[in-house]
Design a protein around this ligand. Structure first.
Ligand code: SAH
Length: 352
């Protein structure tokens, strides 16, 4: 039988586990603190050596390891390649802002939604991540911060469709925000979906105060279906019903993501249609000039075009802004996470 991992256990479960190894219960608390700092059994230096050895024999400390990192020369963004126990890997991105550190994590190895502009979808979905593996990414990213800090914000915008892995994602949200774990407030967590309506409706009833981002990318079904297969299952009108339901149930606004693609969705007519579609809905539009994905023949827009589109929306009283792209030089920007593909390429080996 494969060894069990300990990171996802509650304090009580850890106490019981340690008592099973003949250690006093208070060691559970110590082990928990170390695990949440991303420390391996070997380095838990307030535990007796014999206990560390026993733990190593029977358990695995961390379900996720950082195998490579790449740091942007432009803005201090870091991309991480995380390896999982079964040898698969996913990427994460750590962005340093003045007001805190934001971590972008993955929820699946690959993705099966098939958006044509997104690199995560290139090889389909290999498997769902567990809640513990999502927590593991968060814990390990903390080890890259000065003095083993803790990230302040999390966005579920790495590879994968979070709502296609509903149960584990919800478990992760409860885990990461619990006081005895990392205690990261869910108001500081954003979940991004391509728009799986049933799961959005279900999430609205969970009582989790996360920010919901919806990848809209088009003002109508005709354009949306060209770039997002999910639009064939859920027409935009149905999606809007789920969005309105979200706002009604949670009292929170929705953030729409809109990647501007040259010649497709970036003209004034699209801005007008989008504005009328969103009228009356408590929302904000996040505009992102599409990041080129080499494998596809789609191009982003210039900064000037993005500003123009933003102004068209604002003139129609739709709240909008242009998202700063970070980490472009390390392919860390949206839609550029290619998980295992880059394993051999642009990463530099992490020391230690
Ligand atoms: N599956 C989820 C979350 C992962 S993608 C979702 O679809 O929302 C995170 C965001 O990056 C989404 O808004 C996605 O549409 C966007 N994205 C993907 N590829 C992109 C690209 N090439 N340029 C800009 N944004 C992109």
């Amino acid at each position: 039988m494969p060894k069990q991992t300990l990171l996802g256990l509650s304090e009580q479960e850890l106490r019981t586990t340690l008592q099973g190894l003949g250690a006093p219960a208070f060691r559970g608390m110590q082990v928990k603190e170390w695990l949440l700092k991303g420390v391996s059994f070997d380095k838990m230096n307030n535990l007796p050596l014999s206990l560390r050895e026993k733990l190593k024999e029977s358990f695995i400390d961390q379900p996720v390891r950082i195998v490579h990192t790449a740091r942007s020369q432009k803005d201090d963004t870091q991309k991480m390649l995380f390896s999982l126990l079964d040898g698969t890997c996913v990427e994460g991105v750590l962005m340093r802002y003045r007001y805190g550190d934001t971590l972008c994590i993955s929820t699946q190895v690959g993705c099966r939604m098939g958006c044509i502009f997104c690199a995560s979808a290139l090889d389909g979905c290999i498997r769902n991540l567990t809640a513990e593996e999502m927590l593991g990414q968060t814990v390990m990213a903390g080890t890259l911060l000065p003095e083993h800090g803790r990230v302040s914000r999390i966005v579920l915008m790495g590879s994968g469709e979070p709502l296609d892995n509903y149960d584990q994602v919800v478990r992760f949200l409860r885990l990461v925000s619990s006081k005895e774990s990392l205690n990261i407030g869910l108001r500081n967590v954003s979940l991004s979906t391509c728009g799986l309506c049933e799961q959005m409706d279900r999430l609205a009833n969970e009582g989790l105060p996360v920010t919901l981002s919806v990848s809209l990318h088009a003002p109508n079904d005709r354009i949306r279906r060209q770039i997002m297969p999910v639009a064939k299952t859920y027409p935009i009108e149905k999606l809007m019903v789920s969005c309105r339901n979200w706002v009604k149930k949670t009292g929170r606004r929705i953030v729409f993501e809109y990647a501007l693609i040259n010649g497709l969705n970036a003209g004034e007519a699209c801005a007008k249609e989008l504005a009328s579609r969103l009228r009356g809905l408590q929302c904000h539009v996040n505009l992102i000039p599409l990041n080129d994905v080499k494998e596809r023949d789609l191009q982003g827009v210039s900064a000037k075009q993005a500003k123009e589109f933003c102004a068209w929306l604002e003139n129609l009283h739709i709240s909008a802004s242009i998202r700063r792209t970070m980490g472009e030089d390390i392919d860390g920007a949206c839609g550029q996470l290619r998980a295992c593909r880059l394993q051999q390429e642009s990463f530099e080996e992490r020391e230690g």
